[in-house]
Design a protein around this ligand. Structure first.
Ligand code: ACO
Length: 311
């Protein structure tokens, strides 16, 4: 019977039908979605930290307002994504607990520090740029709630990417020192941005299933290549170099060939030993503990309302 159910499920996927929360699905499909969506949600929330570092030091009211809006968007993305994960039968408490106890992963990129103001621009241009490249295809993911959440998220990420590029353009029109800050930020964030796409295809253990189930529409290496192809011309317009001596245009394929990211650094980071992992977790745990009174107040209010209704 299970074989039949599996075949019917795969046929629905192949016909591009959306799978909804109450539909039958293989346990492994549910598990990989909970893993990916919750990792994605955690990334959005932890991703607020490196940028939050600059809110009090933004150089103008306009830049501060943009940065605040963007950080709030990331918090909102986390919330839509936790909601999408909850439709699969896990609770938000459970997921947050997995993050705070170090059981769940979040994107490697957010374990790098933001050392100068140009980093805020480089995060927008490269990190949000990489995020969009990975997330546009997720709007066509086979799981309905995830795919629908991604539509609004991608629109907002597009604003984030542009504000970052705009910030860098402004700095590149500034002093030699400002231009050096941009180059320094890009030198530090380029390779970590490429690592956001995940391990190379030969080492990606979930890709085969996720491609078959149309959770993923492109492999990690395909998306990394698309990102490099889109970004190299933008670097030229900005007037900066990218820190990869192996970058070269292959005239035949039209693609930019690039070097290999340092995979030891990648695995080290996702195991919890990157530059900022410990600080990020410390900050999230503190934020969660400091928010306890809000959760208690919301529950007390809900209990009061329920009591009123039943009275
Ligand atoms: N950072 C942290 N962990 C990663 C990363 C990364 N950049 N890339 C891969 N991993 C983890 C995977 O979660 C998996 O770990 P697990 O088996 O313990 O759960 C392992 O490395 C092996 O990788 P894959 O088999 O390639 O995993 P997967 O098929 O899930 O592909 C990918 C990874 C591309 C990140 C996918 O999960 C995805 O598209 N996620 C949604 C997008 C997302 O999370 N973006 C977050 C950053 S963007 C932002 O927040 C602004």
């Amino acid at each position: 019977e299970d074989e039949e159910k599996l075949a019917a499920f795969q046929a629905r996927i192949d016909r591009e039908e959306k799978i909804e929360p109450n539909d039958w699905m293989p346990a492994a499909y549910r598990k990989t979605l909970v893993r990916q969506i919750s990792q994605h949600a955690h990334s959005e929330v932890v991703g607020m930290l490196p940028e939050g570092n600059w809110v009090t030091r933004a150089p103008s009211l306009k830049r501060k307002a943009i940065l605040l809006a963007k950080i709030q968007d990331e918090g909102g993305h986390g919330l839509y994504l936790y909601s999408a994960a909850e439709t699969l039968g896990v609770s938000r408490e459970e997921l947050v607990d997995q993050l705070l106890t170090g059981k769940a992963k979040y994107s490697s990129i957010f374990n790098y520090p933001t050392l100068n103001w140009a980093d805020v621009g480089a995060v927008g241009w490269l990190v949000d740029g990489a995020a969009i490249m990975n997330q546009i295809p997720l709007c066509r993911c086979s799981f309905g709630p995830y795919s629908r959440a991604m539509i609004r998220i991608c629109k907002e990420e597009s604003f984030h990417q542009r504000q970052g590029y705009d910030l860098l353009v402004a700095m590149m029109k500034g002093t030699a020192e400002q231009q050096e800050m941009v180059q320094d930020a890009v030198n530090r964030l380029w390779w970590p941005a490429l690592m956001m796409f995940g391990p190379s295809d030969k080492d990606s253990k979930h890709s085969a299933d996720s491609m078959k189930w149309k959770i993923k529409r492109f492999t990690n290496d395909e998306l990394r290549q698309k990102f490099v192809d889109a970004t190299v011309p933008q670097a030229k317009v900005l007037g900066i170099s990218l820190p990869d001596p192996d970058l070269k245009l292959n005239e035949e394929t039209g693609h930019w060939e690039h070097g290999e990211p340092d995979w030891d650094e990648f695995y080290n980071t996702i195991k919890g030993n990157g530059i900022c992992n410990k600080q990020r977790m410390k900050d999230r745990i503190k934020a969660h503990e400091d928010g306890a009174w809000v959760r208690e107040a919301a529950q007390a209010y809900a209990a009061k309302q329920a009591a009123k209704k039943s009275a």
